[in-house]
Design a protein around this ligand. Structure first.
Ligand code: SF4
Length: 335
């Protein structure tokens, strides 16, 4: 039986962090064996928030690619491509924009959340409002059956499904696009070093590429249970960011021990952090070493993306042929 197809991507706005890994990349690596996976670097999406810093895009594409290689995203198993190399994304976005009500975009919950998170930037832009529509175009262009998402992204998939239904209704067609389903991934909430959601824009992220010294320094500065003032006070691991990190990369015996001992002041926060750091370093070291093997291999990485983009474009072109036909644009091409 043919494998079902999934699609997902990363915006190249810098290196990827632990939140990106445990929230998405880890699942992608696992999904590669059971699905036909299309993973893309969403460089046009990066411009929706970083339009005034285009110089960051290319270096960020390289960083994301190295992160992908580090964690085990495999170009032999999955189609890896660059969004802007498949122009059909822009064409489909434009055509869908003709029939997408503004209110649908304005009510996407993450629209307001992101505006809040990136308060320092002027996001009162047409492209930013339209980014969920571009996202919908990204998905349906490949007839993806599912999109791996966390709870907070389900509304985007629902919007995509509505857009597909509306397209079919208006053009009096069916099956031009597949209605994608959310593939809910179990994503623990990954706090940053200050307890807010781990995010590049909050400056609280620990990156996959961070070296030992940086990881140590960031983890030593991480906020623990704020109510635990002295060593002899019992703590509450359930509200502690370090405990969240233990659960990500420490062996079960250490997690159980910390869970027990913290509550009866049997372990101090410094000792607990040191244990957490050693376990984290052990987990990330092989990934980081794999990442370093790609340093200076920009052309090789781009070559890999080129191959993937050609494969992706073949699928996208087939979809667009049908879309042009039903939208009355089927009079061939200039050449
Ligand atoms: S002992 Fe560990 S889990 Fe408990 S508050 Fe301190 S750092 Fe957090």
């Amino acid at each position: 039986m043919a494998k079902k197809r999934i699609l997902s991507g990363n915006r190249p706005t810098g290196k990827l962090h632990w939140g990106n890994y445990f929230g998405a990349l880890k699942q992608w690596v696992e999904l590669q064996d059971s699905y036909e996976c299309f993973f893309f670097i969403a460089d046009w999406h990066a411009l929706t928030t970083d339009y005034d810093h285009p110089e960051k895009i290319k270096p960020s594409v390289m960083e994301v690619l190295k992160d992908w290689m580090a964690v085990g995203i495999d170009p032999k198993k999955s189609v890896l491509f660059l969004q802007s190399w498949v122009k059909e994304h822009a064409e489909l976005h434009l055509l869908l924009s003709m029939m997408t009500p503004l209110g649908w975009l304005e009510r996407v919950p993450s629209f307001k959340d992101m505006q809040q998170e990136l308060r320092d930037r002027d996001l009162n832009m047409y492209g930013f409002l339209g980014y969920p529509l571009l996202q919908s175009a990204d998905i349906i262009l490949y007839q993806a059956d599912s999109v791996p998402v966390g709870e907070d992204q389900v509304a985007h998939i629902e919007l995509t499904r509505e857009i597909v239904r509306r397209f079919h209704h208006i053009t009096k067609t069916e099956k031009v696009f597949v209605e994608p389903k959310p593939l809910l991934t179990k994503t623990p909430r990954i706090p940053g070093t200050d307890g807010r959601k781990m995010s590049k824009s909050f400056g609280n992220a620990i990156y996959i590429a961070d070296d030992d010294a940086t990881v140590r320094q960031k983890m030593m500065a991480t906020i623990t249970d704020p109510a635990r003032k002295r060593r002899e006070d019992p703590g509450n691991p359930d509200v502690c960011n370090i405990f969240s990190y233990h659960k990500l990369t420490s062996p079960k015996k250490d997690v159980d021990m910390v869970d027990r001992e913290c509550r009866r002041a049997g372990i101090g926060c410094v000792e607990c952090k040191k244990l957490c750091i050693e376990n984290a370093l052990q987990f990330w070291q092989p990934l980081r070493e794999r990442r370093e093997t790609w340093d200076g291999k920009e052309q090789e990485l781009l070559g890999m993306m080129r191959e993937g983009s050609v494969k992706a474009q073949t699928v996208a072109a087939k979809t667009m042929e049908r879309v042009r036909e039903v939208m009355g644009l089927n009079y061939g091409t200039a050449r």
